[in-house]
Structures are given as C-alpha cells and as structure tokens.
Design a protein around this ligand. Structure first.
Ligand SMILES: CC(C)(COP(=O)(O)OP(=O)(O)OC[C@H]1O[C@@H](n2cnc3c(N)ncnc32)[C@H](O)[C@@H]1OP(=O)(O)O)[C@@H](O)C(=O)NCCC(=O)NCCS
Length: 182
C-alpha cells in the first residue's frame, strides 16, 4: 500500500476495495449528502462500484479522491483529494478540483482542513498545477469555511444543475504566499 501524503495526524492513500465498510458508512449517510444532491447509496453491494470508479480515475488521470486514515487508530475517516475534471463546469474544463467528504462522527476536529491543505501541497508541489478550483453549494457553510481556511478565494456564484454554488480558486502564487490559518 503506497502512502501518497502524510500529515501530522493522517496518512492519505488510494481508496482500496477493503475500504468498503467506511465508504459505505460515508456514502449512505443523508446528512453527509445534504449539499451533494442527496445522492446517497442505499445498497451496500453498490459501494464497490464507487470504489472502482475512483480507482479507474487513478489509472486514467493519475489523481482522484484519496482515503484519509488516522495514523493512531487506522480508522477510515473519509476522503480528500484532487479530481481532474474533464467535463465543462462553470466554463472550465480539464482542471484540478479539490474535494472532501468525511464520516459524520469525525466532523469538527479540523480534519478536512488538515487534509485539504495537504492535497493542495500535492497539487502545486508534486503535480506542478498552475491552479486548483473548488465548488460548494452556497448553503454548505462548513465547506466554504474549509476552502477559505486552506487559502482558496471565492470567485463567483454559478448555477450547477439548478442549485446555486460558490466557485473558488487558488493559483500557485497565492498558495506559495499563504500559510493555512489553523
Ligand atoms: C464540510 C466538512 C468536510 C467539514 O469537515 P470538518 O473536518 O468538520 O471541517 P474542519 O473541522 O476542518 O472545519 C474547518 C472550519 O469550518 C468550520 N465548520 C466546519 N463545519 C461547519 C459547519 N457545518 N457550519 C459552520 N462552520 C463549520 C469549522 O468550525 C472550522 O472553522 P474554525 O477553525 O474557524 O472553527 C464535513 O462537514 C463533511 O464531510 N460534510 C459532508 C460532505 C461535504 O459537504 N463535503 C464538501 C462538498 S463541497
């Protein structure tokens, strides 16, 4: 198992088929999906399709959402990471999107911030990205706060499938000039 990133409290690695219990807990929870189109997965046997979809992205694009694992307990916390978006969203295409999703019992401990910042470091230092974008439902205050804390700036509001979203961006110079506020 290859560790992609190590932070103070977590390792970040590829999502594996053996993460199915944690992935199911995450993807079946309506509260987690409140601002994600309520697209939960009800049947446990379908979670392997999600895992395989992400693992195919690793092969096709070199990146994808990655598992967050607690260094001390080995708990699967959720995922963070970069997706190379190949469909047009808000007039952008072929860009790196920062995203994250945590199992609810791990919210409120600074985990999204710590691991999202590590994903940005990976984007700018390992992938030599020029910029990274992110989007969040306008009502998703938690996600807005994470994005601002790791240095992204709000650019504009836009419509995604009939839902108002905030569009965020950070470029290399902004990242190098910014230390995370945590
Ligand atoms: C959004 C989410 C990732 C936040 O994870 P987290 O680990 O709890 O976030 P952090 O602890 O790093 O919090 C970062 C900041 O946001 C604030 N915050 C987090 N959740 C919040 C909420 N629901 N409402 C208001 N502020 C919130 C925290 O207080 C913190 O700010 P502070 O340091 O000034 O106190 C988590 O709630 C989640 O997985 N939600 C469901 C999936 C989702 O919406 N993903 C994002 C899609 S765009």
């Amino acid at each position: 198992m290859k560790i992609l990133i190590e932070t103070e409290r977590f390792i970040i690695r590829e999502i594996l088929p053996t993460d199915n219990d944690g992935m199911y807990e995450l993807h079946s929870d309506p509260e987690v999906h409140k601002y994600l189109g309520n697209s939960t997965i009800a049947e446990k046997e379908k979670i392997i399709d999600v895992i395989n979809f992400v693992r195919q992205q690793y092969i096709d694009t070199g990146v994808g959402r990655w598992a967050i694992i607690d260094k001390n307990t080995n708990d699967f916390i959720g995922w963070t990471g970069l997706e190379l978006v190949t469909e047009e969203i808000n007039k952008h295409i072929n860009y790196y999107d920062l995203g994250y999703r945590l199992i609810k019992r791990f919210w409120g401990q600074g985990i999204a911030t710590e691991t999202a910042y590590a994903s940005l470091e990976y984007a700018f230092n390992k992938l030599n990205a020029d910029e990274v974008y992110a989007r969040a439902d306008c009502n998703n205050t938690g996600s807005d706060n994470v994005l601002k804390k790791v240095g992204l700036r709000f650019v504009e509001k836009f419509d995604l499938d009939g839902v108002k979203h905030n569009w965020y961006k950070i470029d290399r110079a902004e990242f190098l000039n910014k230390k995370p506020s945590r």
